[in-house]
Ligand binder design. Structure first.
Ligand SMILES: [Zn+2]
Length: 257
């Protein structure tokens, strides 16, 4: 069975261009420099699992022609990963079933406080559209053909989640530090999709130097840099990167199996 992983959005919190059309150092003539906020889709035949609902989720689903939704997993509570949640209402109306959502306790509390109506009946006209579940150490889908494990990483002053799919692909879009004790979880990857905000250091994200150092230690087969700031032009960044390390772009598809 073919299992795909699509990077729906590859941009940092304010996207590229910014709301006022500012491209920063990115060339507006390159379509790979149009970056929406980070979300990703794990898909197989008749199966769609979303990681994070970015504020751009509607456009991302339209672009990738996603017609159904089975599960949503969240990495952390920041606005650029959660605030598109309302647009997922349509799948409740279409599928007539509350969408199962998985998140850690901090993110669950944030979702419940900020988007209560999505999970709890607040009006007789608007039933809850989602069901919140506790994130487990391991989730399996499609008769064990898809296995998702996870561990927590540091993302500035909060924690975020690194998801690992079939021990082959790790997705961690927002991270400033991965504890060495977790290296065994990410030591035999085919794909490492990881935060690389910009060249300059940042308190909540890996920058280019730091991520290249990490890659040299865990040695994934391929590394895809995501959560890219407007200071990183696609072509210029690509030329700077070592072999088997690539900048992400919106709609980039990785084949897991
Ligand atoms: Zn974040």
């Amino acid at each position: 069975m073919k299992i795909n992983f699509t990077i729906l959005g590859s941009g940092s919190s304010l996207g590229v261009p910014r709301i006022d059309g500012n491209f920063g150092k990115c060339n507006p003539k390159n379509s790979k420099n149009y970056r929406t906020r980070c979300s990703a889709l794990l898909s197989a035949k008749n199966f769609n699992l979303l990681i994070d609902s970015s504020p751009d989720i509607r456009q991302q689903f339209l672009k990738s022609k996603v017609k159904s939704l089975d599960y949503v997993f969240y990495t952390h509570q920041h606005a650029d990963q959660t605030h598109g949640i309302n647009d997922l209402r349509y799948f409740y109306l279409k599928q007539r079933k509350a969408i199962p959502v998985f998140a850690n306790t901090t993110t669950s509390n944030y979702l419940l406080n900020s988007f209560k109506y999505c999970f709890i009946k607040t009006s007789k006209f608007y039933p809850p559209i989602m069901k919140l579940n506790k994130l487990k150490k391991k989730h399996t889908f499609l008769r064990n053909k898809i296995k998702i494990t996870s561990f927590e990483v540091t993302h500035g002053s909060i924690n975020s989640i690194c998801y690992i799919i079939n021990n082959k692909l790790a997705y961690v879009s927002d991270v400033s530090f991965i504890n060495q004790k977790n290296y065994p979880n990410i030591s035999k990857l085919k794909y490492f999709v990881v935060d690389c905000l910009r060249e300059e250091p940042h308190p909540s994200h890996y920058n280019l130097d730091k991520i290249l150092k990490l890659i040299s230690e865990i040695k994934p087969k391929y590394t895809i840099l995501t959560n890219l700031h407007s200071s990183l032009d696609y072509e210029k960044l690509k030329k700077k990167l070592p072999k088997f390390v690539y900048p992400a772009y919106d709609g980039m598809k990785l084949i897991i199996n």
